[in-house]
Design a protein around this ligand. Structure first.
Ligand code: SPQ
Length: 731
């Protein structure tokens, strides 16, 4: 990209820029510049091979450089600009790495009058505990965010080149205006540094300091890591951005006062609410932002083992979503028990918080939702990010189509590839205005059509509970009746829960009908365990000789129990015990013991009733005697991954004769071998291949398992406790 790169200030950041540029082959020659007192440091940089040469005078350093990176503390920028001014070249690109941008721009204005158009202010959000060139490393910026803050006159060419330079160093580049950068960084970087410095300063001055530090553990270390940063640098950053930081310090003080007051008055419930909110918000930050940037999780599964004991798997995902949606729209307070604390359901929860609903928890699966009524949602300030969750996006599109405000729905890579026309098509027929990409995928741009939707009589071309539920939610805001006819029964949690909240909904054969003449009355919800999560253990115990397992409090709604019927047809021994009804949904304990399985032709009418369980049923088929044939399941191709192709590919790697077809698979049962398979980021695929380990004759490595957290974060611990040798590796 460049012939000669000049780094002004070769410390941790400047040195790392140089190392990255060299590592990724972005320039031919790298020189450093520093003051005479920096000579020793520059000498070290040269010895380490970070730079090719150095200068103590600015002219020879920058002459013939086609890119100059200023990596000195922000307080020095004005004097650096002044030194550069006599040698400023039109053909060179100048950029910086300062943590505050208003001050950098002001410094440039001070020296040049107008900021030169070939200066591109930038800020890599990366750092390390140590400082100095010795601590620099080439991948400091890899998968880290980098913000460029161009001005109106910044040259497009220079901007593009700086952006491309950082992208080639592995950074994730965002562009924003200077002031916005400083207000964001004040909250996410500058304030945390001040709090860390303040805490260590306070504790350090206490008499008993040695005692305190001696017993300080991980929490102290994590919280105060950034207090090890360069004090002079942080003094300069905080001074430069004080106008943004001071109001935040005031808010922090108020928050601490609130916590102190709650402690003094033993208001533990309120305290818990604040902690739980923070816990969920941090989780969301990790999945929405950090998760996209790095973290890969691999499951290493040793062959053999059996499943024994008893367990209660987490709450039903479909019902958890719906409990938030209907609880939020109800009049009154809804208490939810058994809520699934996993990423998908938490995405729905966050979306409703973003629309002004007050929700306390979750704490151990319990939530309190302060319903705002059918017309009480508020316009979200930002797009609603729904992660990996198809249910959230499709159901919300129906609900939001008839609101008096606009909204935008986004999701992760997998969700952004899933078909949305199946909902936006019929919603458009009701008068909704929703824009998708040309491929009919998210983001969804919804223009609220309050009071303008009309009911329709829709015959669904595919058996989909999400499409049905979406239209029923839209029907609550439409003029006249909205009816949905399904080609085969699909899960009916929306209809049941609507009735539980006293909202009129009628069912005649395969047709469900709703209209706008109703209101939701808050009602407590007890979410049973998710049969889709239980399915991994039903299959695991059925295929592993010696297994004997009881799964407690599992939802056995007849629209979800296809997996039990299919496994029983294959010869599985599953008993349904203690059947009871909890909050309008049937629940039971499931007892399963090992039994040799045989291959079958899976009856098509069971397909929608077991739609999410096929990945693990394919594993059962691979262990069965004879051939298993599935057809009529083309819907599997548009789930979190193409579950037909991905499972067939993985099973073949494990030595199983698995032939994909357009709408299913043909599997010749036999033995399962070992190997490395990938889940393609699909939670159910990751868990299914892990279960295969119980009957494999060699270790199985399952790549890309982070999304297990979308539906079953406890899976790895639970399956280990029950008898599978699984190790979770994070990188
Ligand atoms: O929410 P999401 O991502 O679509 O989740 C899945 C799953 O495997 O967890 C599908 F991939 O479950 C869907 C299910 O397949 C949940 C659901 C619901 O809660 O209404 C209905 C089914 O989808 P569909 O497309 O058949 O309506």
């Amino acid at each position: 990209m460049f012939d000669r790169l000049c780094i002004i200030g070769v410390g941790l950041i400047g040195g790392s820029v140089a190392r990255a540029a060299r590592h990724y082959g972005l320039c031919k020659q790298i020189v450093g510049y520093g003051r005479p007192e920096d000579k020793h440091n520059l000498e070290t940089a040269k010895k380490l091979g970070v730079i090719d040469d150095y200068y103590l005078q600015i002219e020879p350093a920058v002459s013939s450089a086609d890119c100059v990176v200023i990596a000195t503390p922000v307080a020095s920028l004005e004097s650096i600009f002044a030194a550069l001014k006599p040698y400023w070249s039109e053909t060179t690109i100048y950029t910086d790495v300062g943590s505050t941008k208003v001050s950098v721009v002001k410094a440039a204005q001070q020296v040049f009058g107008e900021v030169p158009d070939n200066f591109v202010p930038a800020h890599p959000i990366a750092g390390a505990e140590q400082s100095g060139v010795e601590a620099s490393f080439y991948d400091l910026f890899l998968n880290r965010r980098l913000i460029i803050t161009p001005l109106e006159n910044t040259s497009k060419e220079a901007l593009n080149k700086v952006q491309s330079f950082w992208e080639r160093c592995g950074s994730v580049v965002s562009v924003m205006d200077v002031k916005h950068h400083d207000s964001i960084l004040a909250a996410t970087s500058h304030l945390p540094h001040i709090l860390a410095f303040a805490l260590v300063n306070m504790l350090g001055h206490k008499d008993e300091q040695s005692e305190i530090f001696k017993y300080a553990a991980g929490g102290f270390r994590d919280f105060t890591r950034i207090a090890s940063s360069d004090p002079a640098m942080w003094r300069d950053i905080c001074s430069a951005n004080k106008s943004e930081i001071i109001p935040l310090l005031q808010q922090t003080r108020e928050q601490l006062d609130t916590l102190q007051h709650l402690l003094e008055n033993d208001e533990s419930q309120q305290l818990l609410t604040i902690f739980a909110y923070a816990n969920t918000a941090r989780q969301r930050f990790l999945t929405q932002f950090e998760g996209n940037m790095s973290k890969s999780i691999t499951f290493q599964v040793q062959p053999g083992g059996l499943l024994q004991g008893e367990a209660r798997v987490p709450g039903d995902k479909s019902m958890s979503h719906r409990s938030i949606m209907l609880g939020s729209l109800a009049n009154g307070v809804t208490h939810v028990k058994g809520f699934l604390e996993a990423e998908d359901a938490l995405a729905t929860l966050q979306a409703f918080r973003d629309m002004g609903v007050e929700i306390e928890g979750p704490v151990n699966g319990s939530l309190t939702i302060k319903g705002v009524g059918k017309h009480g949602l508020k316009a979200p300030k930002n797009e609603l990010y729904l992660g990996n969750s198809g249910t959230s996006m499709r159901l919300l599109s129906g609900l939001l189509a008839g609101q008096p405000f606009d909204s935008v729905l986004t999701g992760d890579k997998s969700l952004s590839g899933r078909p949305m026309k199946r909902v936006t098509g019929p919603l458009a027929a009701m008068g909704a205005d929703i824009k998708t990409t040309e491929q009919g995928t998210a983001p969804l741009y919804i223009t609220g059509k309050s009071g303008q939707l009309k009911g329709i009589d829709y015959v669904m071309p595919m058996a989909s509970a999400q499409v049905k539920s979406c239209l029923l939610l839209a029907g609550m805001y439409a003029d006249g009746e909205t009816s949905v006819t399904e080609p085969a029964p699909t899960r009916d949690h929306t209809e049941r829960m609507l009735s539980g909240f006293s909202y009129p909904v009628t069912k005649e054969g395969s047709k469900v009908t709703i209209n706008a003449n109703g209101d939701l009355t808050a009602s407590d919800i007890d979410v049973p365990s998710d049969i889709s999560s239980a399915a991994f253990f039903l299959v695991g115990a059925s295929i592993a000789p010696g297994s004997d397992l009881t799964l407690r409090h599992v939802g056995i709604n007849p629209t979800r129990t296809g997996v039990i019927d299919i496994l029983r047809l294959m010869g599985a021994k599953i008993e349904v015990l203690n059947e009871r009804e909890v909050g309008g949904e049937p629940v039971a304990d499931l007892h399963v013991v090992y039994s040799p399985l045989k291959g079958i032709d899976i009856p098509e009418h069971l397909v929608p009733l077991a739609i999410d369980e096929f990945p693990v049923l394919f594993v059962a088929a691979a262990c069965a005697d004879g051939q298993t044939r599935l057809s009529g399941a083309e819907e599997l191709r548009v789930k979190e991954s193409d579950r037909i192709q991905v499972m067939a590919d993985g099973l073949q790697i494990l030595g199983v004769d698995a032939q994909p077809t357009a709408d299913g698979m043909v599997i010749q049962g036999g033995s399962i071998g070992g190997g490395v398979v990938t889940s393609h980021g699909d939670h159910r695929i990751a868990m299914s291949f892990s279960i295969a380990g119980l009957r494999a004759n060699a270790p199985i490595t399952v790549l890309d398992c982070a999304n297990v957290n979308t539906s079953f974060p406890e899976f790895k611990d639970l399956v280990k406790r029950l008898g599978l040798d699984l190790v979770c590796e994070e990188a």
